[in-house]
Structure formats: C-alpha cells, structure tokens
Design a protein around this ligand. Structure first.
Ligand code: HEM
Length: 390
C-alpha cells in the first residue's frame, strides 16, 4: 500500500521496534483483523497463516500497480500456477539441499576469510558489515555469476527495493524503488548480454540457454528472475545471521549450550529462524469471498499473513517466547509454506549454520560491544549494525 503515513505512527513504530507485544495481543484477541491504516487484514494465528499460504483462493499475484506503465514480467514470488510452476521449475534444481551441500566448503572458506579480515583489525567488529551482509551477497553473486566486486553498486538498489516490501510505503520511497528497479534491471541486462556472447558455468548462463531454447522463459522474465534471486540473496540471510546472533547474545545460557554441543547448530538455526524471523510477513490477494478465523473477507481484499506472529503462537509452540535451541519438532513458517516455500531455504540454512557455528567456535568470549541499530523496515526485520567483541 502506497500512502504517506508519518514514520512515527505508533503502529509502524511498534512493528519496527518490537512487534512481539503486538503479536501477543493479536494472537489472543484479534487473530484475523481488518486494519484501516494498512488497508488489509492481518492474520496472526499459525493455523490461519498456513491456510492463507496453502489455499489457492489466496493469490500471490498482487502486483497490479506500476506507475510508469513499464511492462515488467512477474516473478515466481508474485505468480500463481501455471506460471509459478513453470518459473520455479527452471531454477529449483540449482537450490536443492544436495546441490547446496556441495557449496559447504566454499561457504566455509568465505566465512573464515571474512572473520580473518575482521580480527585482523582487532577484537571489535560489526557483525553485520563484516560477516552477515557480505557472506550471502558473495555466495549469491558467485552462484548467479555476477561480479562480487560490483556489490557496492547494487547495495543501495537492493536496500531500497527491500524497504519497498513494507506494508505501507511512502510515495517518495516508492519513487526511489522504481529508480532502483530500473537500474538493477539495466545492470542485469548487461550481464545477460555478456553471458549470451560468452556463456560461463553460472546460473545466469544456464537461464540464458533456457531462454534461447524456446518458449519456457521470456527475456523480461529472465531479468526479473535474476533480480529476485539477487535481492533475496542480499536482504534475508543477513537478518538470520544478525537477529540470530543477537538472540544468542541475549540468552547466554543458550549460547553456552551451543558452544558445548556444536552439533546443535542445525536445530539452533531453526529456532533462531522461528524466534526472530527475518521475513515477518508476506501478502496475498483474496480471489473469492472466504471465511477465515470467523471473519468474512471479500474478494479483492488484501491479507497479511504475519509469519513472525504465527511463529510465536502458543497453540503451536510451547513457551513461544522462550529461545530453546533444542526445540524439536520446530515447524516454523519463517520460510513460508506451500508452493511458494522459500526456494533459497537450503542455502540460507547452510549459510546460517556455517556463519553462526564459526562465530561461536572462533570467538569464545563473544559479547555485545555497544547498542545494536535496527533497520528502518517492517517486512524484513533486521539490524543495520551489531557491534560485538570477540
Ligand atoms: C533466512 C533467509 C531467508 C528467509 C527467512 C526467506 C523467507 C522466504 C519466505 C517467507 C518466502 C515465501 C514468501 C511467500 O510465500 O509469499 C520466500 C520465498 C522465496 N525465497 Fe526466500 N528466504 C530466505 C533466503 C532466501 C535466499 C538466500 C534466496 C535465494 C537464493 C531466496 C529465494 C526465494 C525465492 C526465489 C522465493 C520465491 C519462491 C516462490 O515463489 O516459489 N530466499 N523466502
């Protein structure tokens, strides 16, 4: 929703600073609620969120607005079947757990290198700038075949596009988001043209080959696909590593438990994803009148499944506000559910496990070294900086 609401509107402040008290209220008293400010229905309970994500009456195709009339293809994230199935199938193979497992040694090497650089300057560093942000950016750039050295160039575009995913976006931010989108598209078209002339063994070259073979991928879809993967690679895993490390620092008992039993890292990462989710909400458009949580929602209305709230629903998770790195089972919805379940989940998990695992192993006295600064965003919840000392 594009609307100029003051940044300090109490609801926005609450969502941004600490949404959990609000979620607690919604879960208990208003699980499906029409919100006039957001012009949407918020959905808080786990079972209702799962319904919204898996019932085809809730469409992911919610992008009707483009102010400049510029014809942009729809990414898989905002497509319904059959287009969604076609687009997702084209890249699914590159992100399976088996393929991603093969990246482990390379991801380890990048993490070690980043930590070596940070420690070379002394024991104090910024976990976001020195590890959490560059790691996923380097990994996705290498996978796609985009020069990692260009990351300073797309940093700003990516941050603006990520901010535009919020439920309320000012017209000024939206203007900047269109400019960033166009710049990123132009940049990627340049890379695509290079790979067309001289293919390499990267994902962009593979997608170019698919596009050239025939009718399964149009060129505008190729550009949008690369944009989605690049942005997803830039703006999400950083928040798993940042929010996750902060949660461990605030729960020293859990941090020492992980230190004593490093094999707990995979269940720890699942719990960190649940506890302070990098993606707090998504959106769906209602295509026919539905009943949800006892409320009638009409066709054409917009719903916001609050993943962060569902992950704290006491009817699904016992003591949801406790961090328990041994929680099992842990069926969180941090990666969504159903046909749009995060394509990058295996990659994000491995990156999170290696980054947080290495940090715990290499920094036996890891501690907060100042006040963490939160990013000015709601949908993607994360930190701008996290000062720590090794
Ligand atoms: C911790 C990190 C991540 C989190 C929490 C996360 C979360 C999510 C969520 C919640 C969705 C579903 C959205 C919806 O249903 O509307 C999603 C979809 C998606 N994610 Fe991720 N993501 C992460 C990392 C990544 C990475 C690293 C990539 C890319 C390589 C990626 C690529 C995608 C794509 C392409 C989709 C769309 C899938 C589809 O529509 O079928 N994600 N992600």
């Amino acid at each position: 929703m594009i609307r100029d609401v003051p940044r300090d509107h109490p609801l926005l402040v609450q969502f941004r600073e600490d949404p959990y008290p609000l979620y607690r209220y919604l879960l208990a008293a208003a699980p499906v609620q029409r919100n006039d400010l957001l012009e949407a229905w918020t959905v808080a309970r786990y079972s209702d969120v799962v319904t919204v994500l898996t019932d085809p009456r809730f469409s992911a195709d919610r992008t009707s607005y483009s102010p400049d009339g510029y014809e942009v293809a729809k990414s898989m994230l905002v497509s319904d079947p059959p287009d969604h199935t076609r687009l997702r199938t084209l890249v699914q193979k590159a992100f399976t757990p088996r393929i991603v497992e093969q990246l482990r040694p390379r991801i380890h090497a990048i993490v070690d290198d980043l930590l070596d650089h940070a420690f070379a300057r002394g024991p104090e560093f910024d976990l976001i700038a020195d590890l959490a942000y560059p790691l996923p950016v380097i990994v996705i750039a290498e996978l796609l075949g985009v020069p990692a050295e260009d990351r300073a160039t797309f940093h700003g575009w990516s941050a603006t596009l990520a901010a535009s995913l919020d439920p309320l976006v000012s017209s000024d931010l939206m203007d900047r988001a269109w400019v960033s989108r166009d710049a990123l598209h132009a940049y990627l078209r340049g890379i695509i043209a290079e790979r067309r002339r001289e293919p390499r063994s990267d994902l962009i070259s593979a997608l170019v080959a698919v596009e050239e073979r025939g009718d399964t991928l149009r060129e505008p879809e190729l550009v949008v696909m690369c944009t989605l993967l690049l942005i997803a690679g830039h703006e999400t895993t950083v928040n798993l590593i940042g929010n996750g490390t902060l949660a461990l620092l605030k729960h020293p008992d859990q941090l020492s438990r992980l230190r004593e039993a490093p094999t707990l890292i995979s269940s720890a990462v699942e719990e960190l994803l649940r506890f302070d989710s990098p993606v707090q909400m998504t959106g769906r458009l209602v295509t026919e009148d539905v009943q949800l949580g006892g409320k009638a929602i009409g066709a054409g209305e917009f719903v916001l499944p609050l993943l962060g709230a569902a992950n704290h629903d006491p009817s699904q998770f016992s003591e949801p506000h406790q961090l328990d790195i041994t929680r099992n089972p842990n069926p969180h919805v941090a990666f969504g559910r159903g046909i749009h379940f995060c394509l990058g989940a295996p990659l994000a998990r491995v990156e999170g496990q290696i980054a947080i695992g290495s940090l715990v192993r290499r920094c036996p006295n890891l501690r907060l070294n100042g006040t963490p600064k939160r990013r000015d965003q709601i949908t993607l919840r994360g930190l701008e900086s996290l000062p720590v000392a090794a």
